[in-house]
Design a protein around this ligand. Structure first.
Ligand code: FES
Length: 155
């Protein structure tokens, strides 16, 4: 067998052996219509326009029942909406820590809102339980109506 013929056979063999991997890779590729596994669920189409009474719809009850919702519709004040772990009442407050502006997280087991940056902790009514923050988180009026969570973001 000549060298050229040998190299040709080796090339064909390598191509044939890699074909199953190429086909497998193509088979798991998602299309633009399919959500990727990491994609978050689609946001429901909610009209967030403030109403005459000052309330605006920021989430569905279904969303808030599933997990805390942080809405950024209003750039002046983000709104975190969650169910109180004891009473199941709706709570809406600004989750931006009053120390230096990090976003607090709901800890449903400890029933508080710790800040990940410098250790401040807030009660579920927004009051400070542990510094360095000194001011409470602003709390908003919130109510349920027709499957939507309505929040009065302005003071
Ligand atoms: S920003 Fe929250 S404790 Fe400093």
């Amino acid at each position: 067998m000549e060298r050229r013929q040998f190299l040709s056979w080796v090339s064909v063999g390598m191509l044939a052996s890699s074909l199953p991997m190429v086909l497998a890779a193509c088979g798991t590729e998602t299309t633009a219509d399919e959500p990727s596994p990491e994609a978050s669920p689609p946001e429901p189409d909610i009209d967030t326009t403030p109403r005459e009474d000052g309330f605006q719809a920021l989430a569905t009850i279904e969303q808030v029942n599933a997990e805390p919702v942080v809405d950024k519709t209003n750039t002046a004040a983000y709104v975190m909406i969650f169910r109180h772990p004891d009473t199941a009442d709706l709570v809406a407050l600004n989750p931006m820590c009053t120390h230096q502006g990090c976003t607090v997280k709901l800890d449903p087991d400890a029933k508080n809102l710790p800040c990940p940056c410098h250790g401040s902790v807030f009660a579920l009514d927004g009051s400070v339980t542990t510094g360095p923050a000194e001011k409470p988180l602003p709390v908003f009026e919130v109510k349920e109506e027709d499957g939507l969570v309505l929040v009065k973001v302005s003071a």
